[in-house]
Structure formats: C-alpha cells, structure tokens
Design a protein around this ligand. Sequence first.
Ligand code: CP
Ligand code: NVA
Length: 309
Amino acid sequence: MKHFLNLKDINSKDLRKILVDAKKRKKLRKNLNTLDIDKGAPLKGKLLIQMFEKSSLRTRLSFYLAIKQLGGGALTLRSNELHVGSGEETLEDTAKILSTYGDGFMLRTDSELKIQQFKKYLSIPIVNGLSPDSHATQVLSDIFTVEEIKNKSISKLNISWVGDSNNVLNSLIAASVKFNFKLKIGCPKNYRPKKFILDWVKKNKREIFIYDNAKEAVLNSDVIFTDKVISLNDKVNKKKKLAQFTNFKITEKLLSYAKKSCIFLHCLPRGNEVEEKVFFSKQSKVWQQALNRIHVQKSILLYCFDKLR
Ligand code: CP
Ligand code: NVA
C-alpha cells in the first residue's frame, strides 16, 4: 500500500504512471454512464472513507465517483459528527477503527500534524484531500488537464501562476520539479512562496521564477493558473490582503501578454481574482479541469492500493 500526501514525496515515475493510467481509463469510459464500473472493477469490495474538516464540493464528489467507478464504495464523514472531533476519542483509536472498517482514508484538514498522525496510526492508505501546505490531488489532475488540452508534455510548456502563495501553488511548485517544467510566479513581495518549498526546490537543484509583477509572470505563457486570494485556512485580515492583490487579478489585458493559445485554469471555488470575462472565455478550461479530477483520482487510488498496471 502507498500513501498520497505531497507531490514532492512521490517519485516522478510513479506520478507519470498515474497520469498514463488516467488517460487510458478516461478514454475507455467515453460511452459509459456516471455510475458504470470500469472493466475489471479493480477496487471491487473496497471502501474509501473520506473525512472533511472543511468545505468541499469537487473533492468530495470526485473521490466518491472515483471509487465507485473502480467497483468500490465510499462513505463520507464530517469530523464534527465523530468522537475524535469533539475530543472524546483519541486520534490513534479512531485511526485503528478506520483501518479495520475501511480500506482507504481521504482526509481534508487544517492540520499538517493531523495528517502525519493519521499516517502513523492507520494501516490503510491515506490520501491528502487538501491541507494548509498541499493540494496534491488537485495539481496532479491539473497536469493531466494541461497535457490533454495542449497534447504535449508539460515539460515543453511555460506555466504561470499569478496570485496567492498557497497550498495549490506549493503543489504546483513540487510538480514543476517532478515534471520538469518552467514555472513563473507573479505575487506581491510579501506573499512569496514559503521558505520550506523554496528550499526544497533548491535542494533539487531546480529554479522557479518569482516576480512581483503579474505581466512579467505571464509573458509568453501557455497556461495561467490562479486561485482564491483568501484560502479556507486563511486567518488574515481579508480586506487588507485582498487590497494587496489588486494588481494580480487575471484580466483580459493580462491574458493578452501571454501566448494567443494560452489557457486559463482555476481549481475553484473562485473569488474575484479573475475577471468574469476571462473566467467564461474560450481560453478558460475550468470545467474540464474540474471533471478530470475523477479520472486522475481513480489512478491515484489504484496507486495507493498497488493496483496500477
Ligand atoms: N478544487 C477543490 O478542491 O474544490 P473543493 O474545495 O470544492 O473540493
Ligand atoms: N487554496 C484553496 C483551495 C481550495 C480548493 C484553499 O485552500 O481554500
């Protein structure tokens, strides 16, 4: 069994294998209905337990469908309905019960420590469904979407991120090292990526390019990513933070500095970091991006269960 927590801890070969499998599976499902099961039902009889300590639409639905389409089933828990959530049971005991009842555990949490503790006490695979420092399943799926649309390896493309330095960006930075692509980041000076991720890039003898100017970050770009300025775990003065990002909004004007063929991606939900005109333009591929999470997460689950061919 394998865990799927952070892209930086998974080797490039395995990440590529997941994407190759997802591409095959997606193609084979062309004429199938949402709840039809993939040929061979590779996760028949398996139960994925998912727990959300904060809101989710896409991750919840896509994991539910992912395990269903592989022949298994899903159960979704809210931490405030569990003893561990109210402090009436230890995390260790909870993890042991999850391991005996279920076959896999997907967790969305505000705490990196909690992920590590669950990892320690679970004897089943754990998948990170978003944490303060990582949104690995999202970004791996985004690499899939980029390659699907551009029909070439992401290593041949210029990728830009304009906006907050958050969990999604951390995973995108990790992906730039694992998949060997050029990443330019545009963000205010005091919102640069965290030291731990920049140090990791350096340790891997790679470089990412950071600008305090959105235009420079998107020049000649093939793909522009952004995300909400205020994330779910952000305990900040929202008004003050938003004000610092006024020059980092994705506008038609900003897009015009990128390649003509440039696409726009956003993991959603969105705030006002992107103009409606861009969001609903032909260059915006956000709906395809959201739907692809099912396909990639299926292959992530197969990786976790050592069932990736
Ligand atoms: N992109 C994403 O993870 O969406 P949800 O928060 O709705 O799951
Ligand atoms: N950065 C965002 C992603 C939401 C899917 C957050 O953590 O809230």
